[in-house]
Design a binder for this molecule. Structure first.
Ligand code: IPE
Ligand code: IPE
Ligand code: MG
Length: 250
């Protein structure tokens, strides 16, 4: 269905998603929040498949923010178990589908077992080329920028770089997704209109799509409509609309 539906439309090269609304989805059903997280994993599997099929080359999913540690301890531990379990279960299948899986964020805070699984998932899928899936786990955009600043500062300290030589390009080269084009499309489900410390630097010129649909209900049709919405946008990067039209004509 998607192959024909996307014909003639511009496909974002990089999509990033804040997968929000699991807790409220469960609460509406008088179920524990963790029930929503389990259901949310199914949507995650579907989104990977649908976007890979649509031709998206990079997909970055916000799985756990650096602030999510502040949640009740039992929710955090269920999230960690779910994370480990779904990696164990889904890595082989995603590998067969040609998905390269990488993690961004501070992984040292995770259990040894989870860190080992993360490393083996990355190693197994390293050479896959259909799509790269970046999983942001214990990730924060502010941490990412501070970390990049630290790398540059240490080069200055070692006399490998002069402070006045620091520019946008050098800082970008130290960010988590340095080798990946900035996201073209940002999607947030769950009705909130905020970035919640996701890829704050990289989102400078990204197109935003917000939907009230809760993550477990985010269907293939919703995914398609986010792609359609993206395709209808004119990206101007500071230029005028007429300039963009003229550039496109030549
Ligand atoms: C997103 O859903 C999943 C994570 C943050 C891990 P939430 O758990 O934030 O769901 P709501 O926003 O409370 O409904
Ligand atoms: C953002 O969702 C983080 C993830 C989806 C992993 P939150 O539910 O934690 O965001 P806030 O707290 O509502 O901003
Ligand atoms: Mg939330």
């Amino acid at each position: 269905m998607l192959d024909t539906a996307t014909e003639g439309k511009s496909i974002p090269e990089h999509v990033c998603i804040i997968m929000d609304g699991n807790g409220r989805w469960a609460k509406k059903r008088l179920m524990p929040r963790t029930f929503g997280h389990k259901k949310g994993v199914e949507t995650t599997r579907s989104v990977i498949e649908v976007f890979a099929k649509a031709g998206v080359k990079h997909l970055t999913l916000f799985a756990f923010s650096s602030e999510n540690w502040n949640r009740p301890a039992d929710e955090v531990s269920t999230l960690m178990e779910l994370f480990l379990h779904s990696l164990e279960k889904n890595t082989p299948e995603l590998n067969v589908k040609g998905i390269r899986i990488r993690f961004i964020g501070e992984r040292d805070a995770f259990s040894e077992k989870l860190q080992r699984q993360i490393a083996s998932t990355e190693a197994l899928t390293r050479d896959n080329e259909t799509m790269t899936l970046n999983i942001a786990a214990n990730y924060g955009g502010q941490w990412d920028i501070v970390n990049a600043a630290k790398q540059l500062a240490s080069r200055v300290e070692k006399d490998l770089l002069k402070a006045e030589e620091i520019n946008q390009k050098l800082l970008e080269a130290e960010l988590s997704l340095a080798d990946t084009p900035d996201p073209d499309l940002f999607i947030r489900t769950g009705g909130e209109h905020r970035i919640s410390n996701f890829l704050i630097w990289q989102l400078a010129y990204t197109e935003f799509v917000f939907t009230d649909v809760l993550w477990p209900d985010f269907s293939e049709q919703e995914m398609q409509s986010a792609l359609d919405e993206y395709s209808s946008r004119q990206r101007r990067y500071g230029k005028t609309g007429d300039q963009i039209e003229a550039d496109r004509a030549c």
